[in-house]
Design a protein around this ligand. Structure first.
Ligand SMILES: [Zn+2]
Length: 272
């Protein structure tokens, strides 16, 4: 039995037989003020406690794209990861800026990479949601000539992927932003679909054609926690504004009623 835990923002932790695999781990959660006005620095203590909480047994890591809320903490976690780190050329540049050269298995789209003998990831090309005043935020890629620390805008998107992970015979799709490239999705299906909520209103195919195409059994909305605030220990957590979650659920129920929609709290999990 594998367990999938939502760790906040677009972060997923997949556990199988004592090993942990991470997608877009994000633990620093800098404030709005920091994001707007300051250079962003990964919080070493938060990284340390995150790694320790996983018994140091991180066996693989994947980044869907290199915006700060997906990639800021990856250079800090990478030294504790004993398996592959999979992502774009932009991710490789980020790690190289931190002295971690050639650490990334660089993908350009459609590659399937074994994270271990019983878990693989296919890096499907995707599209980012237009979540910042109708535009895709922070375009371009991370610049290898930049100096650290970078401001939020330095974390260019790089190649945008929708990782498809097969673990223990279960297929999981990680839609880390509310957008999709329907052509790239052709022929792909899944059991569990994690769907980023913010921005869904501007991406009609994302809630109509996309679920019908990939036919999930379970849809888990995620990345709607307010990632500029800390997650407390209790069940209540800060959420982003303007989600229209009811509208999102209604649209999904209409387009693909066969899927169960499952809500998790951050750090909540499901078994597959
Ligand atoms: Zn993004």
């Amino acid at each position: 039995m594998a367990r999938i835990r939502w760790t906040g923002a677009a972060g997923l932790e997949l556990s199988l037989d004592g090993r942990t695999f991470l997608v877009d781990p994000y633990v620093t959660r800098p404030s709005k003020y920091s994001i707007l006005f300051k250079a962003l620095v990964s919080d070493k203590n938060a990284v340390q406690s995150f790694v320790q909480g996983r018994d140091g047994n991180i066996a693989g890591m994947v980044a869907g794209h290199t915006h700060f809320d997906h990639a800021l903490d990856i250079p800090g976690i990478a030294p504790f990861c004993r398996g592959p780190v999979v992502g774009s050329k932009s991710l490789e540049t980020l790690l190289a800026l931190h002295g971690l050269n050639h650490r990334v298995r660089v993908c350009r789209g459609e590659e399937t990479v074994a994270l271990d003998h019983d878990i693989s990831v296919t890096m499907i090309l995707s599209a980012h949601g237009r979540v910042m005043m109708g535009q895709v935020p922070y375009p371009g890629k991370i610049n290898g000539c930049t100096r650290l620390p970078m401001k939020a805008r330095g974390y260019g998107i790089g190649t945008m992927f929708m990782p498809k992970i097969v673990i223990n015979g279960t297929t999981i799709l990680h839609a880390g932003s509310a957008g999709v490239d329907l052509h790239a999705m052709d022929g792909h299906t899944c059991d569990v679909l994690f769907m980023c909520v913010p921005g869904w209103q501007r991406s009609p195919d994302y809630v109509t054609k996309f679920p019908r195409l990939v036919e999930p059994k379970i849809i888990v909305p995620f990345h709607y926690d307010d990632f500029t605030r800390a997650l407390g220990p209790g069940p209540n957590f800060p959420v982003l504004p303007f989600l229209d979650m009811d509208g999102f659920v209604r649209a999904l129920s209409k387009s693909f009623p066969k899927a169960d929609i499952l809500f998790l709290n951050p750090n909540g999990s499901l078994e597959v």
